[in-house]
Write a protein that binds this ligand. Structure first.
Ligand code: IDP
Length: 139
C-alpha cells in the first residue's frame, strides 16, 4: 500500500546557485507539506552509504564526489501518493528529457548535477528519511 511520505534532497548544485527558495516554493505549491527538514553536508563516506544501491553503476564515484562536495537540504514530504507525485514533480533524471515545468527542467544543469533527489519507492522513502532524521525531528 502506498504511504503518504517521500524523501528529498536539494542537491549541492542547486544550493550553490541559491535555488533553495524556488524549489521549496514549487514543492509547497504542488501540495506537499514539509514534515522534517535540515541544511547539512554529507561526508564522502555518508554519500557513499546513502547511494550504496548504485555502487556497481559506472557513475558511482562521480555521484559520491558531487553529493559530498557542498551543503544540501534534506527533507521529508507528506502528501497523498507522495512518492509517485513527487517523481512527477521533479521530472526525468536527465534534465534534457524532463518535462516542462518540472523542478529538474527549471533548475538542473546535467544528468549528474540534477538539482533534486526523490525517493523511488515507499520502502526507500522510509530508509532515506531514517538516514537523515530521528523520530524527534519529524512532525
Ligand atoms: P533518479 O535520481 O532520477 O532516481 P537514479 O537512476 O536513481 O535517478 O540515479 C541516482 C542519481 O545518480 C541521479 O539523480 C544522478 O544524480 C546520478 N546519475 C544517474 N545517472 C547518471 C549518469 O548517467 N551519469 C552521471 N550521474 C548519473
Amino acid at each position: 500500500m502506498a504511504t503518504n511520505r517521500t524523501f528529498t534532497m536539494i542537491k549541492p548544485d542547486a544550493v550553490e546557485k541559491n535555488y533553495i527558495g524556488g524549489i521549496l516554493d514549487k514543492i509547497n505549491a504542488a501540495g506537499f507539506r514539509i514534515v522534517a527538514m535540515k541544511y547539512t553536508k554529507l561526508s564522502k563516506e555518508e554519500a557513499g552509504e546513502f547511494y550504496a544501491v548504485h555502487s556497481e553503476r559506472p557513475f558511482y564515484g562521480e555521484l559520491v564526489d558531487y553529493m559530498s562536495n557542498g551543503p544540501i537540504v534534506a527533507a521529508i514530504l507528506e502528501k497523498e501518493n507522495a512518492v509517485a507525485d513527487f517523481r512527477t514533480l521533479i521530472g526525468a533524471t536527465n534534465p534534457a528529457e524532463a518535462a516542462e515545468g518540472t523542478i529538474r527542467k527549471l533548475y538542473a544543469e546535467s544528468i549528474s548535477a540534477n538539482a533534486v533527489h526523490g525517493s523511488d519507492s515507499d520502502e526507500n522513502a522510509a530508509i532515506e528519511g531514517n538516514f537523515f532524521f530521528s523520530s524527534l525531528e519529524r512532525f
